[in-house]
Design a protein around this ligand. Sequence first.
Ligand code: TGC
Ligand code: FAD
Length: 391
Amino acid sequence: MSKDPVHPLALFATDSLLSQEDRTIQATVRRFVTERIRPHLGEWYESGQLPARELAKELGTLGVLGMHLEGYGCAGTSATAYGLACLELEAGDSGIRSLVSVQGSLAMFAIHHWGSEEQKQEWLPRMATGEAIGCFGLTEPDFGSNPGGMITRAERDGGDWVLTGNKLWITNGSVADVAVVWAQTDDRIRGFVVPTDTPGFSAPAIKKKMSLRASVTSELVLDGVRLPASAMLPGAAGLSGPLSCLNEARFGIVFGAVGAARDCLETAISYAGQREIFDRPLAAYQATQLKLADMTLELGKAMLLAIQLGRLKDEHRLAPEQVSLGKLNNVREALAIARECRTILGAAGITLEYPLMRHANNLESVLTYEGTSEVHQLIIGQAVTGEAAFR
Ligand code: TGC
Ligand code: FAD
């Protein structure tokens, strides 16, 4: 006897754990993604071109840029609401969530948390509306997982700073108006707010990506970039400055990965219900149901973990190693779900008609950026043993 299907997340009743306000924000972002983003994703992904400037303004109007920050034109929502927005954006595409993460959690957060009042007034209101786009330059060609080894330097020259070095794999780089760049100085690692029209700054785009194609990824070249003394972020000294920003972006990914996984599972369930194989719907076979049941479990567990971390963050007691639990688990499981769902669609699963291969390819980057899986395993390993095993 057939029964009405239940949505995988409804089985966990996760909505009942969210406030009405957070759910309203989630529904608003979901509608935006459905109407404005989803119809274009295949084309943006295939061409590797994202209308980032136009989109940033629309995302600013939607209110998601720096939405969990207070003041300076930011909405000041709960952290959970920010996570739910990331979930809906990444249900569209990880690249769109990345645009928002890098703008709000990395570039804006760095200025908001570590910047001078003058830096905040100059950049945050324009970044919240999407009129100005930001990027965050931490990774270098030889220093990704180990950013503390960076060789980009900022030297004092009279009252000025002069920056020299290269950053690699920088999201939004070529379309940014402002780059938050981290560099070695005589007094530890420091952050600098660099207007991208400063002479000596360039940001060539990285091409031929097989992942995150609906996202701008660039190199940053700093060839004697001269900045006034006021360009340094006064609050940040040492590696804890940039790492504190990563906590914010990683938190968004904890939720975002659930969005990509949900989109894959919804697609596979719908397809399996319609696809007739050996005269019966694919959904009616045990082999299919075993896959769907296991993925439903992992999706629900990932969502529960995200909500728990959201609660902790809203209570200001979320520790970095707890963010690592979520980033590691949810991205790893989302990638496994995307690949398994692709098998359910057979050949159709490899096309851009369906989102599965696109999500799976994107999640390869998400698994690597913001701390690779191995880095997060080591952070958790350190938390439970007290021993650092990075070196
Ligand atoms: P370690 O000696 O452990 O720490 C150095 C200083 O930093 C403090 N700290 C943190 N502070 C805030 N938040 C955290 N999560 C922190 N982790 C450590 C620490 O207390 C210490 O402070 P102090 O005052 O004693 O100096 O540092 P380490 O060199 O051993 O490295 C540790 C490790 C490997 C965990 C860290 O380097 C790391 O997380 N590596 C991964 C790098 C990474 O994730 N890069 C991401 C770049 S941005 C990006 O990918 C954007 S993708 C686009 C998108 O987001 O959508
Ligand atoms: P590596 O650090 O060279 O790692 C290679 C392998 O070694 C990995 O498997 C890693 O887990 C493993 N490994 C590393 N350390 C250890 C260890 N101690 N023990 C065992 N194994 C280890 N960076 C930015 O600063 N800003 C951005 O906006 C940004 N956007 C990005 C966008 C995309 C699409 C991508 C792909 C990357 C982006 N990054 C960005 C860079 C990203 O953060 C780095 O790629 C990431 O930190 C890993 O560095 P890596 O690629 O140099 O790998």
